[in-house]
Ligand binder design. Structure first.
Ligand code: NAI
Length: 407
């Protein structure tokens, strides 16, 4: 990254292109990290891992996992993510870049190690760098690896082939309402059925292959502690989302990850008395979920119902409950396949019956009243550091000073 002229002071405003955010507010991201740390501190410690690696650590589920493990279990953490800092007055860094910086700042204040690797987690070089760091500077062994990557593409490290994932249905076209966050409108979205190649490519990107390569590399390097655990976040969801989610290309990838987990579980049990876990997680507002077709309407209806029932969770609430009560607690909920199911609140019969009733009535005119689209939108803006009380969004930010901060 080369920055030639001194950067100006500017007020950073949100920029949305459809459901993609093109601007992030550094100070707001700091507020977001602090708020999540505050949640964990207020909601109790657990006796969990002391050395953790989080792949996809810079946002949403991965960041929440890192914050819970660090501030809930006093873990030193290594975070791997793919993020960008300030490159020009118009490109003021991604939210994940700032989250990494401010997480590290807070973790170090608390006396914890927090190492950030920025680059391609799918590459062999990244695995080698992380192994080397664990051996030389991280105490030699790790207790957990959280796999929380969400990516549109993956370069196969062996062949160099670039695979692109897609979110499509399988067999039949699906049509339903979705939300355009920029315009605050709902529109009919068409999800095309995937070709065989698209299904296979999505499995290549979002399935379990890279996860297994990580575990193999760490195992061969001898850095897995006795009792080591690894966890990948999956989604199954209700019938309503099945045609475009668990029954579609992404579902195939998650099924592949689950098969991989079963195999790795056996191996880890034998070698280090460890385990591999699939955590079927709830639908939450993230950079990745906002671009899943149709999901924003489902999520907004779901939030309406779960808020009314006192069950609504953001990523930090969901992941802290998962680690504290399930993975390192005594309240594990398993399904018949042996997957952990913190998503059971989302799938409760009463919740789903009410969600379905809302979705059946939604129109472009009534969706604001019927759903919690306001909550979905606010959470989305907050992912990028906007809409935090206590942050002055009119204030001009010193980009030059911020550009000196390193993750
Ligand atoms: P996100 O988009 O907020 O985060 C993705 C993370 O992956 C970021 O830290 C990003 O920097 C990192 N990343 C992407 N490509 C990378 C690469 N090549 N190298 C290094 N880092 C890379 O995603 P979100 O929603 O938190 O998803 C995480 C996992 O949770 C995914 O596997 C997703 O399927 C799963 N999940 C998400 C749900 C949701 O509602 N968002 C529900 C259930 C599961």
């Amino acid at each position: 990254m080369t920055i030639v002229a001194a950067l100006p002071k500017i007020a950073i405003k949100p920029v949305l292109k459809g459901n993609i955010a093109r601007a992030a507010h550094p100070i707001g991201c700091e507020a977001s990290v602090e708020e999540q740390i505050g949640f964990v501190k207020a909601n109790g410690h657990y006796n969990g891992p002391k050395k953790a690696v989080i792949l996809g650590a810079s946002s949403s589920y991965g960041l929440a996992s890192r914050i819970s493990l660090a501030f809930g279990s006093n873990a030193d953490t290594i975070g791997v993510s793919f993020e960008r800092g300030i490159t020009s007055p118009e490109q003021t860094g991604t939210a994940g870049w700032w989250n990494n910086i401010f997480f590290k700042k807070e973790a170090e204040k608390a006396g914890l190690l927090a190492k950030n690797f920025i680059g391609d987690a799918f590459s062999t070089e990244m695995k080698e760098q992380v192994v080397q760091y664990i051996k030389e500077e991280f105490g030699g062994k790790i207790d957990i690896l959280v796999y929380s990557l969400a990516s549109p593409k993956r370069i196969d490290p062996q062949t160099g082939t670039v695979y692109t994932s897609c979110i499509k249905s399988i067999g039949e076209e699906v049509r339903d309402f979705s939300i355009n966050l920029e315009k605050q409108e709902i529109f009919e979205q068409v999800v095309e059925p995937a070709t065989e190649k698209e299904i296979a490519d999505t499995v290549k990107v979002m399935g379990g292959e890279d996860w297994e390569l990580w575990i193999q590399a760490l195992m061969e390097a001898g850095v897995l502690a006795e009792g080591f655990k690894t966890v990948l976040y999956s989604y199954l969801g209700p019938e309503i989302t099945r045609p475009f989610y668990s029954g579609g290309t992404l579902g195939q990838a998650k099924a592949h990850a689950a098969q991989t987990s079963d195999r790795m579980n056996q191996m880890l049990k034998e070698k280090v008395n460890g385990e591999s876990v699939i955590c079927v997680s709830k639908a939450v507002t993230t950079k990745a979920s906002a671009v899943i077709p149709i999901l924003p309407v489902y999520a907004s209806a779901l939030y309406k119902v779960m808020i009314e029932k006192g069950l609504h969770e953001t990523p930090i609430m969901h992941k802290h409950r998962f680690f504290k009560e399930m993975l390192y607690g005594d309240k594990r909920e398993y399904d018949e396949n042996g997957y952990l199911r913190p998503d059971s609140w989302e799938l409760r019969e009463d919740v789903q019956a009410e969600v379905k009733a809302i979705i059946d009535q939604v129109t472009p005119d009534n969706f604001r009243e019927l759903t919690a689209v306001d909550v979905f939108t606010k959470e989305f803006m907050q992912l990028n550091g906007f809409l935090f009380d206590g942050v002055n969004y009119e204030e001009e930010i010193d980009l030059e000073a911020l550009s000196q901060l390193r993750p």
